[in-house]
Design a protein around this ligand. Structure first.
Ligand code: SF4
Ligand code: SF4
Ligand code: SF4
Length: 235
């Protein structure tokens, strides 16, 4: 039987293409959003890092104004990409500040290694009971090493203007991916040896229900389709 003037085979092909579109669009969208984020991995957006925030924007419809390091530039880029209104930075996430770099006051460091474990881009080197050092070229200024230091010997200092380049952001993304993979592996090993479930790395913002996620995804697909239809024909 021919449906809508097309053979069953062509219908199956069309359905398969639509499925592929649905399956690939979220990943592409997450990648496109993540490409606009500064990659400091500071978690000020309320998510554990840049990639989880990109996923939340793409799949859960999270607000686009939660990244203080990116500020108005990132909001504008995301609004353009996602066809959403430009909104001011959410003050609950903190202000936009110039890049700062961490420095360890070596004489006070007791070599506890807690800052190494907290640094999301592996910018600190040191060994147990030995002095630790921040590699300034790798530091994203995220501040995450400050709270765990038991002797408050880490200070944040101004970085030269325009220090956080696209190249450094790319490196930070890669270094954070290694850090996150290592953290998960360590948690799994610990869970295996102790029998306790691994600690979940969930965002601080509550996740949406599956229905809401589907609705957001469907809206994103609709917007992408509408954009395609509105695009002028190629000559
Ligand atoms: S730079 Fe910080 S606030 Fe911005 S998306 Fe990345 S982790 Fe979130
Ligand atoms: S050294 Fe401190 S401020 Fe710099 S990236 Fe690592 S955790 Fe963040
Ligand atoms: S957390 Fe502080 S004391 Fe511990 S190794 Fe890092 S800088 Fe040194």
């Amino acid at each position: 039987m021919v449906c809508g003037g097309r053979s069953p085979r062509r219908n199956r092909l069309a359905a398969s293409k639509a499925d592929t579109f649905m399956a690939t669009l979220p990943a592409d969208l997450v990648h496109a959003i993540d490409a606009h984020l500064p990659q400091t991995q500071c978690a000020r957006c309320g998510y554990p890092a840049c990639l989880p925030y990109a996923k939340a924007i793409a799949l859960d419809g999270a607000a686009i104004n939660r990244c203080p390091p990116g500020g108005s530039e990132v909001i504008l880029a995301l609004a353009t990409l996602l066809d959403r209104p430009v909104v001011p930075l959410d003050p609950a996430c903190g202000p936009t500040m110039p890049l700062r770099i961490a420095r360890i006051i070596e004489a006070h460091c007791i070599g506890c290694t807690l800052c190494i474990q907290a640094c999301p881009v592996d910018a600190i080197i040191g060994a147990p009971k030995k002095m630790h050092v921040v590699i300034a070229e790798l530091c994203s200024g995220c501040d995450l090493c400050l709270p765990p230091c038991p002797v408050d010997c880490i200070v944040m200092e101004s970085a030269p203007a325009a220090t956080w380049t696209a190249e450094r952001a790319t490196h930070a993304r890669e270094r954070h991916a290694n850090y996150a993979a290592r953290k998960i592996a360590t948690q799994r090993m610990r869970a295996t040896s102790t029998g306790e479930p691994p600690v979940a790395t969930t965002p601080s913002t509550p996740p949406l229900s599956m229905e809401a996620r589907r609705a957001n995804l469907a809206r994103a697909v609709d917007r992408a389709r509408t954009k395609r239809i509105q695009r002028p024909p190629r000559r």
